[in-house]
Design a protein around this ligand. Structure first.
Ligand code: NAP
Ligand code: GDD
Length: 330
């Protein structure tokens, strides 16, 4: 039975990935930070086969202890401050966790090492946010980086650290440069889920409007369940490498609103959406569009869920859970 250690197991991707790994016959260990982290219970309810290990990406000794205890075949480093807007307000903490946290995690893997025949394989959750003010479209593994947020800067550090450990120590370390991926498990702070959840609440008469920032930004949105398969595939390759994971299709926030409101049975979203400059960013990423040709050719990976299906899935899930909450409260 293969053993995997997953940081960020309580996040969107951690929940999808741990499900996939258990289905693939792995024994899964999740790194959990803090005292009595309430999200750990939620993950265990979903997936009782997971074992939780204490540790924090700010604390190298806890990471070494976790790797020593688990003796993993594979480590997936998903833990981060991942909300771009928050990274402007907590830049130092973002550098500490999202940036230096990668160095600590991969250093723990290097120190513990695994056996010569079976070295520990490492996955780093890199991001399309590294492309920032994009130098070309679509973006590939060779497109230069130009990050536009403390989060993007920290991810560039983590990305180059992973590459450096691969080159300097011959480690099996790969980075997935993942474009935005969403789904019903997405945090409510991200724009897609904020829209589908607010829309469900508007439909049920629980809220009147949605406050949003820049509606002109365009993103290449895929489904998180598809993207975690790419993470796993990267670590099954003989040779470690970096891969762009994306759909190649872009939509603006405006287009997301068009489709979501149409699915919910409204003619127009305009009466329900208000601009609030608290959601504008000091520096914006206007457009991200990935070219995942390499992942298709080498990993055999392609996304399965399309844009309409994704928006429908998110709206239907929010409508069901908000209806259930209403029923319980009445
Ligand atoms: P997410 O839902 O925000 O989850 C982040 C996870 O990081 C949570 O489990 C959180 O744990 C954990 N974490 C935060 N600080 C930590 C610390 N000090 N030590 C250990 N763990 C810590 O993020 P996601 O959407 O699943 O994304 C997973 C990874 O992929 C992140 O690194 C993100 O930056 C990257 N990424 C995401 C996307 C995307 O579109 N989703 C695209 C590209 C890259 P708590 O429960 O304790 O807070
Ligand atoms: N969150 C949010 N809230 N974003 C808004 C809002 C709002 O009210 N209004 C407009 N936006 C715009 C943002 O300015 C941005 O251009 C776009 O919607 C997407 O914002 P997010 O959903 O917060 O995602 P992100 O693209 O900044 O970052 C996500 O994707 C990255 C990959 O490109 C995160 O998951 C990152 O962790 C990930 O690396």
């Amino acid at each position: 039975m293969k053993r995997a250690l997953v940081t960020g197991i309580t996040g969107q991707d951690g929940r999808h990935l741990s499900k996939l790994l258990v289905e693939n016959g792995y024994q899964v260990f999740g790194l959990i930070r803090g005292q009595a982290n309430p999200k750990a219970e939620m993950v265990l309810e979903e997936n009782p086969a997971i074992e939780m290990i204490d540790g924090d990406l700010r604390d190298l000794s806890s990471l070494i202890a976790a790797v020593e205890q688990v003796q993993p075949d594979e480590v997936y480093n998903l833990g981060a401050i991942s909300f771009v807007q928050l990274s402007f307000k907590q830049a130092e903490l973002t550098a500490e966790i999202t940036g230096l946290g990668v160095l600590r995690m991969i250093e723990a893997v290097r120190i513990v090492g695994g056996t010569d025949n079976n070295p520990i394989r490492f996955y780093q959750a890199s991001s399309s946010e590294m492309f920032g003010k994009v130098r070309e479209t679509p973006q590939t593994e060779r497109t230069p980086f130009h990050p536009r947020s403390p989060y993007g800067v920290a991810k560039v550090f983590g990305h180059y650290t992973t590459m450096n450990y691969r080159e300097a120590y011959g480690m099996h370390a790969s980075s997935g440069i993942l474009f935005n991926h969403e789904g019903p498990l997405r945090g409510l702070e991200f724009v897609t889920r904020k829209i589908t959840n607010s829309l469900a609440r508007i439909k049920l008469g629980l809220q009147n409007e949605i406050s949003l920032g820049n509606l002109e930004a365009a993103r290449d949105w895929g489904f998180a369940g598809d993207y975690v398969e790419a993470m796993w595939l990267m670590l099954q390759q003989e040779v470690p490498d970096d891969y762009v994971i994306s759909t190649g299709e872009i939509h603006t926030i405006r287009e997301f609103l068009d489709l979501a409101f149409e699915i919910a049975g409204y003619d127009s979203w305009e009466p329900y959406v208000r601009h609030d400059n608290r959601f504008d960013r000091p520096a914006e990423v206007d457009l991200l569009m990935g070219d995942a040709t390499k992942a298709k050719e080498v990993l055999g990976w392609t996304p399965k869920v399309g844009f309409r299906e994704l928006v429908e899935m998110m709206y239907e899930s929010d409508l069901a859970s908000e209806t259930e909450k209403m029923r319980r409260n009445s």
